[in-house]
Design a protein around this ligand. Structure first.
Ligand SMILES: Cc1cc2nc3c(=O)[nH]c(=O)nc-3n(C[C@H](O)[C@H](O)[C@H](O)COP(=O)(O)OP(=O)(O)OC[C@H]3O[C@@H](n4cnc5c(N)ncnc54)[C@H](O)[C@@H]3O)c2cc1C
Length: 398
């Protein structure tokens, strides 16, 4: 029986998986490198099948109550005049601050946690995996799951160096706290110059605003853990911009100790498992923040993985193969980020004018709404977990 399961990463994917496994009689242990839950980040979307997942976990009403209440995006010129607006609200979908979603998942996931620790080594044999940690004593588990994000440690240990799986998507991005006076309430306000975007995110239920930066670039050489170096790269990219609110947003970001910087990258892997080790969430398929689907994929993917482990308690190979088959089509679709990147960061001034014109056309909005409706109609229902042991299903009120 594959009962003791180590999950690396206490974020959206790892906590969702831990919740469902615990609910079905497994003993998950979650190891998280940070000393406490990481609550940073901007708004993330919970939509389509992901709504069903949080609903079945019993937290949909709480997710709705914590909704970021953002109505859409607006694009502005150097003098803050609006050049286009896009309404991003979708019936039945919720945008929520990443930290609020992580807090709700944690509250609802009563398992063993090892905060401030990380897996150092993994050794698999026929019956299990021997795991060594940076701090805790060595332990034995039947399965190990890496839910530790884009730069997954478990992926490096079990599958090889990340260079094999990461695809750089020609941009870098940064998130940081911002002065809320700099953005319009309930909007993401964005300013573009060719190949660059600066934005402010203001949710309707948070006093704090978030700054976004994205810039097109050839690959840059830097140390992924050196925040001072990341800040220098951002200053190099935007320090010369004296227009709109860029100087204030940049000054705020450079002051923020929670400053988050990374390459816009995706993870592409032929398989998400090797023996008794599997991956879930960004570790397995990161579609990048430009997809707007990181949370949705993490919630739905973790549910599929849990469901297959529950259904094939003694046969992890079948469970992992079925999980990949069930979730990979959605991943492949959400990894198509080209149109989103062109919307957020047009390469040229001409591209920006085309974007603004298209965003203003009522026909385009009608087509986007129709596509959303068609997508909802096309989506397949979320399969049930082993009905015998599942907690009662509470229907949601969409
Ligand atoms: C602090 C933070 C802020 C983010 N902000 C945004 C945002 O604003 N917008 C957006 O679209 N996406 C953001 N993301 C990414 C977003 O959360 C993911 O795309 C998506 O939700 C999938 O989640 P995940 O659980 O797979 O991975 P992540 O949310 O990336 O979580 C991975 C977890 O693994 C932990 N971890 C990493 N290495 C180790 C290790 N060696 N051992 C143990 N644990 C480890 C991390 O601390 C983290 O808690 C953010 C992620 C983080 C960690």
């Amino acid at each position: 029986m594959n009962e003791r399961i180590l999950i690396s990463g206490a974020s959206i994917a790892g906590l969702t998986l831990a919740h469902w496994l615990a609910r079905h009689g497994f003993q998950p242990t979650v190891v998280e490198r940070a000393p406490a839950p990481r609550t940073g980040g901007n708004g993330v979307d919970v939509r389509d099948l992901a709504v069903d997942v949080v609903d079945r976990m019993g937290i949909w009403p709480a997710v709705q109550a914590a909704a970021a209440d953002v109505h859409g995006m607006k694009f502005v010129d150097a003098r803050d005049r609006v050049t286009a607006r896009v309404d991003t609200r979708t019936a039945g979908a919720i945008e929520i601050m990443r930290g609020d979603l992580v807090a709700l998942l944690l509250e609802n996931t009563d398992v063993e946690y090892l905060f401030g620790d990380s897996v150092r080594g993994l050794e698999q044999d026929e019956n299990g995996v021997s795991v060594t940690f940076e701090n805790a004593a060595p332990r034995r588990f039947e399965l190990v799951v890496g839910a530790d994000g884009l730069h997954s440690n478990v992926r490096s240990l079990a599958f090889g160096p990340e260079e094999r799986f990461l695809r750089f998507k020609d941009h870098y991005f940064a998130f940081a706290d911002a002065d809320s006076a700099l953005g319009e309430n309930r909007r993401v306000t964005m300013h573009n110059t060719p190949g660059r975007m600066t934005g402010v995110y203001r949710s309707g239920n948070h006093a704090q605003a978030k700054a976004y930066f994205m810039f097109r670039s050839a690959p840059l050489a830097y140390d992924r853990r050196d925040t001072a170096q990341h800040k220098r790269l951002l200053r190099d990219a935007f320090g010369g911009d004296t227009f709109w609110r860029v100087p204030e947003l940049l000054a705020g970001a450079l002051d923020d100790p929670e400053f988050y910087f990374d390459a816009l990258s995706q993870v592409h892997m032929p398989t998400w498992s090797t023996g008794r080790v599997a991956l879930v969430g960004d570790a397995a398929w990161c579609a990048s923040p430009a997809s707007g689907a990181g949370a949705e994929l993490a919630l739905v993917g973790a549910y599929h993985l849990a469901r297959e482990i529950v259904a094939h308690r003694e046969d992890h190979a079948t469970a992992f193969a079925r999980y990949h088959a069930a979730h990979n089509p959605l991943v492949r679709k959400k990894q198509q980020i080209g149109p989103n990147v062109r919307l957020m960061v047009p390469k040229t001034a001409g591209g920006r004018r085309v974007r603004d014109t298209l965003a203003r056309l009522p026909l385009m909005r009608a087509m986007a709404a129709a596509e959303q409706l068609a997508q909802s109609a096309r989506r397949r229902a979320l399969p049930d977990m082993d009905a015998g042991s599942a907690a009662p299903h509470i229907p949601h009120t969409r």
